[in-house]
Design a protein around this ligand. Sequence first.
Ligand code: SPV
Ligand code: MG
Length: 567
Amino acid sequence: MNAPENAFVSRTASRSERLRQMLTSNELEFLMEAHNGLSARIAREAGFKAIWGSGLAISAQYGVRDNNEASWTQVVDTLEFMADASDLPILLDGDTGYGNFNNVRRLVRKLEQRGIAGVCIEDKQFPKTNSFINGERQPLAEVDEFCGKIKAGKDSQTDANFSIVARVEALIAGWGMDEALRRAEAYRQAGADAILIHSKLSRPDEILEFAREWAGRGPLVIVPTKYYSTPTDVFREAGISTVIWANHLIRASTSAMQAVARTIHSSQTLVDVEDRIAPVNEIFRLQDADEYSEAENRYLSNSRTSASAVVLAASRGAGLEALTAERPKVMLPIAGKPLLRWLVDAFKKQGVNDITVVGGYRADAIDTAGIKLVVNERHEQTGELGSLACAVDALQGDTVVSYGDLLFRSYILRDLVESEAAFSVVVDSSLTEPDNSSVKDFAWCSAADDRGLFGNKVLLRRVSNDVQGDGKEQPNGRWVGLLNVRGEGRERLQAVLGTLRARPDFDSLDMPALLNALVEAGEQVEVQYVHGHWRGVNDLDDFRRAGDFAHTQTPFSAEGAANGAAR
Ligand code: SPV
Ligand code: MG
């Protein structure tokens, strides 16, 4: 008796080693059927030590018959998903080996390459039929021919632990006990690592008789699908090595799917089934979704795909009342599409896909396609920072904070999101141009815009709508309304915002107050100078001119269409 050494099979042993140890152990062992990655994982979680890759179940999950209708490569591809989803050894039900000795050789090599622990081949003729369908009319293989397949398989394996189980169908085909024993002995001598003796009777009598006559000449495997009411101890006492629960996961899922499909179809609602089926989170867990999220943090943390934006869009638009009775300023059409859509498209073009828009006035009229909308219910009493505070939860990865009433050339946003600085802002140095004269966010910086400066760091000193500022110095430009917050800058911005929130005048504060508070808190806010190439939409004149600017952003082929829409 070598039970003590085999009772513990190390998880670090290879899969083929573990299957071989199960076959040769003196314990009764069990294989559970699985037919895809999900069921393989479920079998492992239930505690099984190995899996039966059932031909019946794999065919059935494809919706085809157990007559080799699925090709052997389709079966092997399915096994690959199973082996990836579960670290258990898999014994493939390889039917007849899908051809002659040569097909068995290739099958064994391919199974080894995919980490499959063994294959069971049966002594029928290709294409086979399931043993429970007209068994007596199923032709058996010649004994010598089948022994050749076993030998070919054993000779072609490179892993000494890969197991070949020979399945005797003589009892199924009605050829009697003597023939079954004669075949089993021939297969053992040909090199089979175990014999699977199959029966379709509802009682185990012929299996037990076979086991008695076999007298421990080698491991015996059984499939008690038909004699299921036999107590398992009977198999133990008969010296059976391994029991295969051959089709119970495909049958369980079939019953569940039938019941749920019928219920949803007849009730036309999900309410009767929701609490009776696996929650979506359970599916995510079985797919190991958490591992993906961790890997995403590890490998995608600097990627622009994780970037987000907060768009401040709560205002009606001073000076635009005539146009904004029914909608907020951001929903005004510019060259055929709402201002907000121009902005959202511009963000998406730069891979900034997680966009939160803070609405206020007529937030109900905001088109929410592709964005998340949060509403500043107190928009009439608060300034811009009151709106930004509503989106504080949206500040997660790298974030661009933007006014909602902006149009700009795409390079402006591209350069901003590519900045490595914790804080960076766009400042337009074209102070004397008539465009954007309505924008009052004057910016004072550490240096004026100068081509000679290109590549040097310029820092923001202050933003104010008082062009005189606190001294004689002329401003260096206008803040465009774009702030990029990167990496640890996010938490520092949240801290500064938290401090401002505690002030009694918080409701009156705007974005420049936040920029100034960041600078006062010692943060370096880097300036990216531009010279035009953007529009703020602050009054009726801006609105009229914005259409022309928007057309410069329209693809040539679409320009005609956009013009048409604007007319
Ligand atoms: C299978 O699971 O496909 C088998 C076992 O071969 S049986 O269906 O019982 O033949
Ligand atoms: Mg089968």
